[in-house]
Design a protein around this ligand. Structure first.
Ligand code: OXD
Ligand code: MN
Length: 624
C-alpha cells in the first residue's frame, strides 16, 4: 500500500474510505491525503451528495453553531466575525513562480514564499475539527464548459452554502477521465471563538495557479472561502486564457422582446452595483447573476452560468422593488442569511427592507440595540451593509429553462456598468466590438461598495468589473477580449449602462426600476429594431423610443426633460475620464494593447470636436 492509501485508510472510517475510493482519480486521493497531513483533522467526512450526506452537512452547520435556525425551518443565519464581513482584497494574493509576473495591478508574491506561509497557517488548523470533502462541477454537467472542483473545508457553513450555489459533482467525478483538469480548493476557518474565526489578522487567500489550487485561511466570509465562487474564477480566467474563451464576472439573462422573443445578455458590473437586481428585472428570465463562461461555438458566442444559486446582497431588497426575491425569501425554499439581524421572534431583518427600525436582536456584533457603537465610537447598524442571502435558483419563478443546457445560450448582447456619478449616460451602445471592449469594458470605473473591505464610495479603476479576479497580466486579458470574436460569424453588440448618474446636487437622476426600459431598448437594438443617435461615446436612444418603452413596461410618463437631463453628454467629465484611464494604463500596465490608446485618442478627438461646436454639456438632440 502506498503512502497516500495508508494516510487515507488511517484517517477515514470504512464508509468514508469507500466513498472516496469510488472516485478512481489518484490526484483526488493525493489531494485529500495531503490536506489531512497538513491540517490534521480529527475526522474526515466525504460527501457523496446523497440526501443523507447533504442533510448531515446542514444539520452539522447548525449543531456546531455556524448557522442558527430560524422560525422558518428551511432558513438559517450565519454570522461572520466582526472584521470578516466582506472580500479581503489586500490579503488575496497570487503565488507567482520565479521569473513570472502578473503586472502592477495584481497583488502577488513569490510562490515558494507563499507556499511556506500556507504550510504554516494551515498546519494543524483542523485540530479537533472535522474536514469535509466535496465534489462539484462549475457550469452544467457533461458540457464543454464543465470544470470539476474538489472542495475541502472545515466549515460546514461553506459546504452547506455550496450545496445551494453549485452543481453537485460526486457522480460526475466518478466518471471523469483520468487526465481531466481539476481545480483544488482547501479552506480552513482556523481557530474559532463563538463559531467565528479569531485569527483574522492572519487571514489570507492564496492562489497557486501553477497547481490549480487555492488556499483560504482564517476567514469565513463566503467571498473569501467558497472555493467555487471567486477563488475558482481566478483559476478559470487562466484556463480560459490558455484555451481561448472568457471567464467573466457577469450575469446571464434572457431579455424578453416583442412576440415572445428572448435575447440573452451577459452583464458585468462590479460587486454591489446592480448585477443581481438587473438579472431579476420583472418580465424577463434569469440564468445567473454573477459568473459566466463564454465560448465561441459554431460561430456564435455562447454562455453558461457557472453557478446554480445566488449569494446576493440583501440590503434594499424590498417587496415592491424585488418581488421575486422577496417571495422566495419568504417561502419554504432553503435559504441561508448572513450578517442580517435575528429578531426576537426568530425572523430576520436587513437594512432598507421597507419596515420600521427594529428595537433589538442579534447581529454580527452580538446582542444589538439601537445606538450600539463599536470600539471607535461608530454606530453599528442593525445588519451589515454587505449582509447576504444564499439560495438555489430552482425556487425562482423567473428562472430561465436554459440553466442546465450543456450548450449554453447564444449571447445577443454584452453590458458593462459601474457605479459612476458623472460620466456615462444611463444606456448607450458602442460603435463596434473593439470600441466596446476598450471604452466600456477596459475603461470601466466604479465607486467601491461594502462587498469589499475598506471605505465605500471611492472611485476606482475596475476594468470589465473583473479587476479583483483577473489572474493574468491585464493587457493580455484585454487582448483576449479583442480577439475573442475573431472566429465568430455573429458578433454581439456591446452596451454600457449607468444606474448611478447624479445631478449637480448629488441626487440620482434615474429611478431604480428604469433599468427595465434600458434592457428592453438594448434588446431592440440587438435586433436593429430601433434607431439611435450617434454621439462621440456611442449610440444613445431616441426620446420617442424610450417614452414608448416607459409607457409600455413601467406605465410611466417619461418626460423630455428627464431624457435631456439623463442623456446630456458631459464633455469635461468624459475627457477627464479618458485622461485617468490613459494614465492608469500607461503607468501601471506594461502590456496594454496599443489599440487601447488609439481608440481612447479617437474618442477624445470626437469629444473635443463636439465641445468646440456644441459646448460642455450637449443635449442629445444636438447630435441628430
Ligand atoms: C460577490 C462579489 O459576492 O463579487 O458576488 O463580491
Ligand atoms: Mn460577484
Amino acid at each position: 500500500m502506498n503512502d497516500t492509501m495508508k494516510i487515507l485508510e488511517q484517517a477515514l472510517t470504512d464508509a468514508n474510505f469507500r466513498k472516496l475510493l469510488a472516485i478512481p482519480n489518484r490526484r483526488v486521493h493525493n489531494f485529500v491525503a495531503e490536506a489531512i497531513q497538513l491540517c490534521e483533522p480529527m475526522k474526515v467526512f466525504i460527501c457523496n451528495d446523497s440526501k443523507m450526506d447533504t442533510e448531515y452537512i446542514r444539520r452539522t452547520a447548525i449543531a456546531r453553531g455556524e448557522e442558527t435556525p430560524l422560525a422558518n425551518p428551511y432558513h438559517t443565519v450565519h454570522f461572520d466575525g466582526f472584521h470578516d464581513q466582506a472580500r479581503d482584497k489586500e490579503s488575496t494574493v497570487y503565488l507567482v513562480p520565479e521569473g513570472d509576473s502578473l503586472g502592477e495591478q495584481l497583488t502577488q508574491m513569490n510562490r515558494d514564499k507563499g507556499l511556506e506561509i500556507v504550510q504554516k497557517r494551515l498546519k494543524g488548523s483542523m485540530d479537533n475539527k472535522k474536514m469535509v470533502v466535496r465534489f462539484f462541477c462549475l457550469g452544467p454537467l457533461d458540457s464543454h464548459f464543465s470544470v470539476p472542483v474538489v472542495q475541502i473545508t472545515d466549515s460546514f457553513y461553506v459546504a452547506h452554502s455550496e450545496d445551494l450555489l453549485y452543481r453537485r459533482g460526486y457522480d460526475y467525478f466518478r466518471r471523469l477521465p483520468d487526465d481531466k483538469e481539476i481545480f483544488w480548493m482547501l479552506h480552513s476557518s482556523g481557530k474559532l471563538m463563538h463559531s467565528v474565526s479569531t485569527d483574522w489578522k492572519k487571514r489570507g487567500v492564496m492562489i497557486d495557479y501553477k497547481d490549480n489550487s487555492v488556499y483560504s485561511m482564517n476567514t469565513q466570509y463566503a467571498g473569501n472561502t467558497i472555493g467555487l465562487k471567486k477563488l475558482a474564477l481566478r483559476l478559470a480566467i487562466r484556463k480560459a486564457n490558455r484555451e481561448g474563451w472568457l471567464a467573466e464576472h457577469m450575469f446571464l439573462m434572457a431579455v424578453h422582446g416583442p412576440s415572445g422573443r428572448k435575447t440573452y445578455f451577459t452583464g458585468a458590473y462590479p460587486s454591489g452595483c446592480g448585477k443581481t437586481s438587473t438579472s431579476m428585472v420583472r418580465g424577463n428570465t434569469i440564468v445567473g447573476d454573477d459568473l459566466a463562461y463564454l465560448r465561441i461555438m459554431d460561430g456564435k458566442v455562447r454562455a453558461v452560468n457557472v453557478e446554480r444559486g445566488i449569494f446576493g446582497i440583501i440590503r434594499s431588497v424590498t417587496q415592491k422593488d424585488d418581488p421575486v426575491i422577496w417571495d422566495l425569501l419568504h417561502s419554504n425554499q432553503p435559504a441561508i442569511f448572513s450578517n442580517v439581524l435575528i429578531t426576537e421572534d426568530e425572523g430576520v431583518r436587513w437594512l432598507d427592507d421597507g419596515s420600521e427600525l427594529p428595537e433589538s436582536g442579534t447581529n454580527f456584533s452580538g446582542e444589538w440595540f439601537p445606538g450600539k457603537v463599536d470600539r471607535n465610537g461608530e454606530e453599528i447598524p442593525y445588519a451589515n451593509k454587505n449582509a447576504r442571502y444564499t439560495i438555489g435558483l430552482e425556487g425562482l419563478a423567473n428562472l430561465d429553462p436554459a440553466l442546465e443546457d450543456p450548450r449554453g445560450v447564444e449571447v445577443g448582447g454584452i453590458i458593462y456598468g459601474g457605479r459612476d456619478r458623472d460620466t456615462w449616460v444611463p444606456v448607450q451602445e458602442s460603435l463596434d466590438w473593439n470600441h466596446g471592449v476598450i471604452t466600456m469594458g477596459a475603461s470601466l470605473e466604479s465607486e467601491t461598495t461594502a462587498a469589499t473591505l475598506g471605505p465605500s464610495g471611492v472611485r476606482k479603476f475596475q476594468p470589465f468589473s473583473n479587476l479583483d479576479f483577473i489572474s493574468i497580466p491585464l493587457g493580455k486579458y484585454i487582448q483576449n477580449h479583442l480577439d475573442f470574436v475573431k472566429t465568430a460569424d455573429q458578433v454581439p453588440p456591446i452596451f454600457a449602462v449607468n444606474y448611478f448618474l447624479r445631478d449637480e446636487n448629488d441626487n440620482f437622476i434615474t429611478d431604480k426600476l428604469d433599468k427595465t426600459v434600458w434592457l428592453k431598448w438594448m434588446e431592440l437594438r440587438a435586433h436593429g429594431e430601433v434607431g439611435a443617435i450617434e454621439t462621440p461615446t456611442g449610440y444613445i436612444p431616441f426620446y420617442e423610443d424610450l417614452k414608448e418603452l416607459f409607457r409600455c413596461h413601467l406605465d410611466k410618463d417619461y418626460t423630455s426633460e428627464e431624457y435631456d437631463t439623463q442623456f446630456t453628454v458631459r464633455v469635461p467629465e468624459l475627457l477627464e475620464k479618458i485622461g485617468r484611464i490613459e494614465k492608469t494604463y500607461s503607468k501601471t500596465v506594461n502590456d496594454t494593447p496599443l489599440l487601447l490608446f488609439d481608440l481612447l485618442d479617437e474618442q477624445r478627438s470626437r469629444l473635443l470636436q463636439a465641445q468646440k461646436e456644441l459646448g460642455d454639456c450637449i443635449l442629445p438632440s444636438s447630435f441628430v
